[in-house]
Design a protein around this ligand. Structure first.
Ligand code: AKB
Length: 314
C-alpha cells in the first residue's frame, strides 16, 4: 500500500483520480488536496481531504512529512486558454507550484512524482501529424512554455537528486464527472452536455480542427501505470500518450449517430489560434513499447460511453 498525495483534486482529472487511487490503495492512504476548485462529494466523503496551496512550501512540507507520502500526483495547473488571459498567474502557479513539489519531494524521500505535461509543449514548428516523442518543443502559449520548462525542471531533479519524476504529454481529456475549465480542448466535453440538454452546440473551434484526445478511463490507467510500473521500464521521463484524434466535425457526426436531431454551429474565438499551434496527432509508440501503454477507447466507444453516462445523470 502506498501513501499518496493528490494535489489539485478538484479538477477534471484529480476528481476521478482520487476515488480510483482510493480503490487501489485504501481510502486512508490517499490524501486529496484542493485550493481553488471545490472538491466533489465523492472526493470529500471518500477519505482524507485537506486544503493545500502548493505555492506555500511550508504547508507542502508539513503534509508530505506528517503523512509519510510516497507518491505525489501534482495535478494543479492553469490550462491553455486561461493561461493566455493571465500569463503571469499561469507561470506562477504552474512553475512555482511544480518546483515546490519537486523540492519538498526530494527532501522528504518521496519515491515518485507524477506530473502531467501536455500536447501544449509542442508548437507550430513540431510535425503536425504523428508528432514524435523527441522533437522540436517551441510552444507559443504560456501554458505550453510552462510545460516545456516543467519537463526540463523535472528531469533536472531526477539527474541532480535522483527524484523519480514521470510525465505524460496528455492530449485533450474527455470525461463525464467533472467538466474541465480553461482549456482549448474543453469543447470536446461541453458538446456532450449541450447535445443531451439542448440538442445543439456552438463550437469555439472550426469544424476541421483536429486534435489528439483521450477518454478518462485510459487517462486514469496511464497515471497508475507511471506510478506502478517497474522503474527499469522507463527509458525516459516524459512520454507522448494518446487515445484518438478527431476533428470537431467528426465528433459532432459521431454524436449525431446517437442523437439524430443534434445540430452544431462553429464560431471560432481566440482558442482557435491555440489549437492551430498544436499537433493533430501524436506518435506514442515509445510509451507502447517501453511500458505497455495500450489505450482502450476510440471515438465510437468513447462517444457511446459518454452519452450513456451523461444521459443517466443529466
Ligand atoms: C488544454 O486544452 O489546455 C488542456 C491540454 C491539452 O493540456 N486540455
Amino acid at each position: 500500500m502506498k501513501r499518496v498525495l493528490v494535489i489539485g483534486s478538484g479538477g477534471q482529472i484529480g476528481s476521478e483520480l482520487v476515488p480510483y487511487l482510493r480503490k487501489k490503495y485504501g481510502k486512508e492512504n490517499v490524501i486529496a488536496t484542493g485550493r481553488r476548485t471545490k472538491l466533489t462529494d465523492v472526493v470529500l466523503e471518500g477519505g482524507p481531504c485537506i486544503y493545500l496551496d502548493a505555492l506555500n512550501q511550508e504547508s507542502l512540507k508539513k503534509v508530505i512529512y506528517e503523512n509519510q507520502i510516497e507518491h505525489v500526483y501534482h495535478m494543479a495547473s492553469i490550462l491553455s486558454a486561461t493561461g493566455e488571459k493571465m500569463p503571469q498567474t499561469a507561470w506562477d502557479i504552474n512553475m512555482n507550484g511544480l518546483i515546490n513539489v519537486l523540492e519538498v519531494s526530494r527532501r522528504y524521500g518521496v519515491e515518485r512524482v507524477i506530473w502531467p505535461s501536455s500536447i501544449a509543449a509542442f508548437g507550430p514548428t513540431t510535425p503536425q501529424e504523428n508528432a514524435p516523442n523527441e522533437t522540436i518543443l517551441q510552444p507559443t502559449t504560456m501554458y505550453g512554455i510552462t510545460k516545456v520548462a516543467g519537463e526540463l525542471l523535472a528531469e533536472y531533479y531526477y539527474k541532480k537528486y535522483g527524484l523519480l519524476t514521470l510525465s505524460m504529454r496528455l492530449p485533450g481529456i474527455i470525461s463525464s464527472e467533472t467538466q474541465p475549465g480553461g482549456g482549448t480542448t474543453d469543447y470536446a466535453v461541453e458538446i456532450f452536455y449541450e447535445a443531451i440538454k439542448n440538442k445543439k452546440y456552438t463550437c469555439f473551434l472550426k469544424e476541421d480542427t483536429k486534435l489528439p484526445m483521450m477518454y478518462q478511463p485510459d487517462c486514469l490507467k496511464c497515471h497508475i501505470d507511471l506510478a506502478e510500473k517497474d522503474e527499469s521500464k522507463f527509458k525516459r521521463h516524459v512520454y507522448n500518450v494518446t487515445g484518438m484524434s478527431f476533428t470537431a466535425g467528426e465528433l459532432a457526426a459521431e454524436i449525431k449517430k446517437h442523437i439524430p436531431e443534434f445540430t452544431i454551429g462553429y464560431k471560432p474565438d481566440f482558442r482557435q489560434e491555440i489549437a492551430d499551434s498544436w499537433p493533430k496527432s501524436l506518435d506514442d509508440s515509445l510509451a507502447r513499447k517501453e511500458w505497455g501503454w495500450n489505450p482502450k477507447y476510440d471515438l465510437a466507444a468513447m462517444t457511446k460511453d459518454m452519452l450513456d453516462k451523461l444521459s443517466k445523470r443529466l
